[in-house]
Design a protein around this ligand. Structure first.
Ligand code: ZN
Length: 488
């Protein structure tokens, strides 16, 4: 059998076997399992064990966020996991919002604790009670902090790895403190820009929506969500940017002394991203062969697969080792798969893991001084001279990123549906299609009434884009477009 025939013959032997477009939930669970991202068999529902490959991708992703936060003057801190009940309950809206889903420690061994301790579902209260001691005068402001911690929420809905979990791993949350309302509002804008840069790097499509006033984060003045859509048509909140105003500083007594020696309460913001981002990357970019990871977070950017023929292993192994060394010197994250499995099995496995580029090296390639480069996104194959390999791989990785972003943007555009009236939605919309947009006048009662009529919850509105038609509820001129959808 010719070398090329042998390659294609072997790669046909194994297939991924679940159609993503027909059965997204099963596809997602299987893709995560085969790629060894997390192990969902951990014996607590909604809490998963992270496996080496998945954890590396998560850390690469978070390192980009760290870079952006450091670059914009945030400093990293760490606060304890447990929050005393007396502190947790200081802000009434927050307590109402999170009380029902918090895990609470009530005893140590057999001894009941004097005060109940909340396992953080998010860190506002625990942090603010102590940070108030750090702020004395205006010179201490702005104070911009972030931490990377696990947070715990007792999800009662069906859990799904990385998307809806009870232990959110490495939640990256920022908290900022400002002298006045303008500075806090400006910080919200900065955070939105940081997140835009981040999600663009992650090749994710999103829409920034302002949450309607009746649905804001507990304890917030207002907030924005970065929304994307999962292939099952559900919206997913990738990040929240929240203006807390003075609600928490009043509840916690966070004050500073101004130049006239008066005390003023600080204004605050907070924002965070989680492992959901990685789940969404996998959900949107994967295909029927498994995952496709953006080169920027792929633990292995190029996998070298030797094509063995009896008696010719030695020169092939030598060429592969040399290629690996060259690519690593060029800072390309490279692995060499010299296991005894068939080439077909290896192709299947690395494709399922979403490695952007495969490099095949057989005896013929060694003779020609070249290697075959295969792109995971287009499956295009190309022989490349060994001395040109580093440059070629770097350029191809860039090209794959551009192609993935373009596809993802087109994908989101198809999943945001714009309608004029409630009747149109009722006639034309089916649940798995995506989010629904309707013109809205800005009145709460109209937002709620549309929500009720179409039976789909509000998500948020696009502040910067006016609406063309008439409010889908009252018929007055629409000020903006309100979006509706089921969400994770
Ligand atoms: Zn209206």
């Amino acid at each position: 059998m010719a070398e090329n025939d042998k390659r294609s013959e072997q790669s046909r032997k194994v297939t991924f076997s679940i159609d993503k477009s027909q059965n997204f939930p099963d596809w997602y669970d299987r893709a995560i399992e085969v790629a060894k991202i997390v192990d969902a068999r951990y014996p607590i529902k909604g809490m998963n064990a992270w496996m080496p490959y998945g954890f590396k991708a998560l850390k690469l992703m978070l390192s980009k966020m760290e870079f952006l936060l450091d670059d914009t003057g945030h400093n990293e801190v760490y606060f304890p996991l447990m929050i005393p009940e007396s502190v947790f309950s200081k802000e009434a809206d927050f307590l109402r919002g999170f009380n029902g889903e918090s895990f609470i420690v009530t005893q140590a061994g057999e001894t009941e604790l004097a005060e109940r301790l909340y396992i953080r579902p998010t860190s506002e209260t625990g942090m603010y009670d102590t940070v108030k001691l750090w702020i004395k005068s205006e010179a201490d402001l702005p104070l911009k902090l972030y931490q990377t911690v696990n947070v715990f929420r007792h999800e009662t809905k069906q859990t799904r790895p990385l998307m809806r979990v009870r232990e959110i791993v490495k939640f990256k949350e920022a908290h900022t403190f400002h002298a006045n309302a303008e500075d806090a509002a400006q910080q919200v804008d900065e955070a939105i820009n940081v997140y835009k840069r981040f999600f663009d790097m992650m090749l994710l499509p999103y829409k920034v929506l302002r949450t309607p006033s009746w649905d804001t984060f507990p304890g917030a003045e207002y907030n924005y969500d970065f929304m994307s859509v999962i292939p099952d048509g559900k919206g997913i909140e990738l990040a929240s940017v929240i203006n807390l105003g003075k609600k928490f500083s009043l509840a916690f007594g966070i004050q500073y002394q101004n130049s006239q020696n008066d005390y003023s309460y600080v204004y605050q913001t907070c924002y965070g991203i989680s492992e959901r981002t990685l789940g969404t990357i996998m959900a949107i970019h994967g295909d029927n062969n498994g995952l496709l990871l953006p080169p920027i977070i792929a633990p292995t950017q190029a996998i070298i697969v030797p094509i063995y023929y009896a008696g010719k292993e030695q020169p092939v192994n030598k060429a592969c080792a040399e290629i690996r060394e060259t690519l690593e010197k060029s800072n390309i994250r490279t692995s060499l798969d010299s296991r005894q499995n068939t080439a077909g099995e290896k192709f299947y496995e690395w494709e399922a893991k979403g490695v952007p580029i495969r490099i095949e090296v057989g005896p013929k390639d060694v003779e020609n001084g070249s290697a075959v480069v295969v792109r995971r996104d287009t499956r295009e194959k190309k022989p490349v001279k060994v001395e040109e390999l580093s440059n070629h791989i770097r350029m191809t990785l860039d090209d794959i990123s551009i192609n993935m972003k373009k596809r993802a943007d087109a994908y989101l555009k198809e999943r945001i549906l714009h309608f004029d009236t409630v009747e149109d939605v009722k006639k034309e919309y089916k649940e798995r299609l995506g989010l629904v947009g309707l013109p809205w006048c800005g009145e709460e009662r109209c937002g709620r009434s549309i929500e009720e009529k179409i039976g789909i919850p509000t998500i948020g509105y696009d502040e910067h884009k006016g609406a063309k038609g008439k409010c889908a509820s009252c018929g007055n001129p629409g000020k903006t477009e309100m979006f509706f959808g089921r969400t994770y």
